[in-house]
Design a protein around this ligand. Sequence first.
Ligand code: NOJ
Length: 748
Amino acid sequence: MNTLKRTIVICLFTGYWMIPFAGFGQKTLDQKVDSVLKLMTLEEKVGQMNQYNGDWAATGPITPDGDKQDQIRKGLVGSMLNVTGVEHTTELQKIAMESRLKIPLLFGQDIIHGYRTIFPIPLGEAASWDMKAIEQSARIAATEASAAGVQWTFAPMVDIARDPRWGRVMEGAGEDPYLGSQIARARVLGFQGKGLGHTDAVMACAKHFAGYGAAIGGRDYNTVDMSLLTLWNVYLPPFKAAEEAGAATFMNSFNTLNGIPATGNSYLQRDILKGKWKFQGFVVSDWNSIGEMIPHGFARDHADAALKAISAGNDMDMESRSYIQNLPKLVREGKVSVNLVNEAVRRILKKKFELGLFDDPYKFSNAQREKSQWDNSANLMVEKSMAEKSVVLLKNEGQLLPLNREKLKGKTIALIGPLVRSIRQNLGFWSYSWPDDSLRVISTWKGIAQKVGDDIHLAYAKGCSITDTSKAGFEEAVETARKADIVIMEVGEAADMSGEAKSRSNIHLPGVQEDLIKAIYATGKPVIVLINAGRPLIFNWTSAHVPAILYTWWLGTEAGGAVADVLFGDYNPSGKLPITFPRAEGQIPIYYDHFNTGRPPKNANDLNYVSSYIDLPNSPAYPFGYGLSYTTFSYSDITLNSPILRPGGTLEASVEVTNTGKYPGKETVQLYTRQMVGSVVRPVEELKGFKQVYLTPGESRKVTFALTVNDLRFYNAHLNEVYEPGDFKIFIGTSSAQVKQADFKLEK
Ligand code: NOJ
């Protein structure tokens, strides 16, 4: 290395960028990146594109391999995942600083719904329809994770999911492209905070690009086959929103999309993401998804897979080793252009510069900061509030809820079910367990006990386990219920029954839990059922008989406290379903914004050669957007400022919403539209906006939505984003299935 180059290297890593030495201080980010690139050997370049799993946790099948530390020292590793904590990240960063060019490592991790403070699972948070709260949850996750040495989260997962058999529905925002896009944006903004370069910002990663949620049969990693119209109108919008919000990275996906693995798909990565959308960040593969192009039948071997992945725009290789083992040779043989490698490395280095790692590779390695975020009680308060907002009240016959503490004084509440006393389950899939979870995580039992103190007696029986079919505990549970004045049951899935590789063909309440509910209900005691799950479950008997049902997903560290607040009316439930709940697996995929078909049934009993099932209504158990409150809301008819909307103009649609019940409460007012005739068929309803209003009893508020032609755009048969003049319907209401309606015309 000549003297100038050596000086440059030293300056690079001692934070002297801003000193106008050899003109460096004036350099743009691109010039800085290029000046590093120039120093790199081909192996070092490919090293930057190589990501290994650490030894802290494994989130995929482990590849037994050689000495990773030695490879880091040789500059052959650009990033690690699953290494966390200041101690561990510092240790590895020090090794990276022993490498020839001292290029800092990037530490990535699945911070999906919190790091130390665990928030509700993303699908639960989506039920809040509260973008500020969702952003704040991501902000706190980023603050805690970045304090522990993590610079990059593999989140948000923005896959549209319409098949609750797919275990990963828990990880996203549900079925709707509009709601999904709003949430994608909120999460990216939350993770990246004031921007990369701030010590409490982590890079977001929009995943899994693209179509992963449409795995056939809901079976994880399965084939995806969909029209480009569906891809553009339904599955891509949240990715576009994430890109527009500034997501620093994207992750591609395990699935094939219309015959081509997403990882080797240049239509997705080069044409759309880096081309049309001008994405400036980098794309990481999913775990070994480059290698998996071999069993897919798309690549002959790892060399072929590496060639296809880089050609398609995949910049970093997570865990397959295809790049590190093959790219240098492929370049030397002239099979892969070095320009492709340079482009990928540039994108990766740029993010390392933006994060400030070249100035200080230990920027995220501050033990003091880590300690200060470890037991942050303010974060727990925010978590509790997020958890309360995520709960959905599905049924409340006879106003059984909220429970009245005064009236229950001296009485007994029986708490029955396999999840009442669970600790770990409350954190859901994609969360970390910490050794002190048993003290920190609030179970339902603990939350209620804290709420009622000595005033109300609590009794407990487990009744049964989650999946086991033994009914041995029923008798004790029934006895416990008999002696009580009221029964609260907590049932559902185990936390690890949803998540990655957790597809289920049967999504009924598992085991004998619904039988337990029947047995307890038969005692004649008033029964309230709480359902914990990472997906919509099927529980038709419970829906038909039990007077009060709350869907509580997995609510995180403060779960039990939040549930107690909701049960006793200290929080009036306001959650709305972000995904349709089917009556039977046979209805799946089921979603509200379907097409009308040429033979829509006239009513639920219409079987006269119409598009229906002979053994089941078409309607779901609970529709998208549904969720009750302890109070009631009435909607006036819709008023429009004009029956005509023209390009450049604004259509104002208003309703008067009134709290007609006894409690103050929050309502999410939802706006949907329907284009009656289109150049391609348009859905029967599409969410276009929502607003949350808080009303005290008797209070009314006018809620106005402003629509422009931009809200009515969609991708046509040529995949151009257009709006089309014609007749429209506008719907405003409390769910996708309960709305007021008006008509307007879109004119040229
Ligand atoms: C595989 C998952 O599909 C992806 O979402 C995750 O980020 C990686 N594993 C890393 O854990």
